[in-house]
Design a protein around this ligand. Structure first.
Ligand code: GTP
Ligand code: MG
Length: 187
C-alpha cells in the first residue's frame, strides 16, 4: 500500500528517497568523470582529485548525495571518515589497468570487510570498456574475487549485502545507468 503511494508520488517528482553514496576506487579509475556526467551530463577532463567533493544528483526516485573521494594512496586514508550512514558504495575499476588489478582487489576487499560498511550495497563498475584490451566482465570478476554476486535486475536479497558488477564506459556513456538502477532498488 505504502509502496504504491510512494511510487505515485515519486513518478510525479514529489517524493525522493535520500541517499548518501560514496565513489571509491583507485586513482585514475573514473570517479570524478562519473561525478561530472551525473551532475551535468558533461564529459570533462578531470585532474586527480585532491579534496573530497560532494554533489547532489537525482537518478530515478533517489536523490543521491554523492561524495567523490580521491583515490591515490594518501587520499584513501580519509575514506573511512565518510563511512557513517552510507547508503551505497560505487567502486570504480579501470578495466584496462591490469597492473593494478591486485591493488584494486585489495582495496575493494578491505572495504567489503570493513564493519562500518557491513550490509551497505556495493556497485562495482568496470570502467573504460571503450579501450582496446579492456578486461571482460568474467576476467574482472575472477581477478576481483567477485564470482559470487547477488544478481542483476530486480532481485530481493535477504541477510546478504547486495553486490554486483557492471561494465561501463563513462566516455561513451554506457553501462553505468544499469548499475545505478540496480543499486537504487536497495536504497
Ligand atoms: N577511455 C576512457 N577514459 C576514461 C573513462 N572514464 C574516465 N576516463 C579517463 O580516466 C582518467 C581518470 O579519470 P578521473 O575521473 O579523473 O579518475 P578519478 O577516479 O577521479 O581519479 P583520482 O581523482 O585520482 O582518484 C581521465 O583522463 C578520464 O578522462 C572511460 O570510460 N574511457
Ligand atoms: Mg578524481
Amino acid at each position: 500500500m505504502f509502496e504504491w503511494f510512494w511510487n505515485i508520488l515519486s513518478s510525479l517528482g514529489l517524493y525522493y528517497k535520500n541517499a548518501k553514496i560514496l565513489f571509491l576506487g583507485l586513482d585514475n579509475a573514473g570517479k570524478t568523470t562519473l561525478m561530472h556526467i551525473l551532475r551535468d551530463d558533461r564529459l570533462v577532463q578531470a585532474t586527480p582529485t585532491q579534496q573530497p567533493t560532494a554533489e547532489e544528483v537525482i537518478i530515478g526516485s533517489v536523490r543521491f548525495r554523492a561524495f567523490d573521494l580521491g583515490g591515490h594512496a594518501a587520499a584513501r586514508q580519509v575514506w573511512r571518515n565518510y563511512y557513517t550512514t552510507v547508503d551505497a558504495v560505487v567502486f570504480l575499476v579501470d578495466s584496462c589497468d591490469r597492473e593494478r588489478f591486485t591493488e584494486a582487489r585489495q582495496e575493494l576487499g578491505q572495504l567489503l570487510d570493513d564493519t562500518n560498511l557491513a550490509d551497505v550495497p556495493f556497485l562495482v563498475l568496470g570502467n573504460k570498456i571503450d579501450l582496446a584490451g579492456a578486461a571482460s566482465e568474467d576476467e574482472l570478476r575472477q581477478i576481483l574475487g567477485l564470482q559470487m554476486t547477488t544478481g542483476k535486475g530486480t532481485v530481493a536479497v535477504q541477510d546478504v549485502r547486495p553486490l554486483e558488477i557492471f561494465m561501463c564506459s563513462l566516455v561513451r556513456k554506457i553501462g553505468y545507468g544499469d548499475g545505478f538502477r540496480w543499486v537504487s532498488q536497495y536504497i
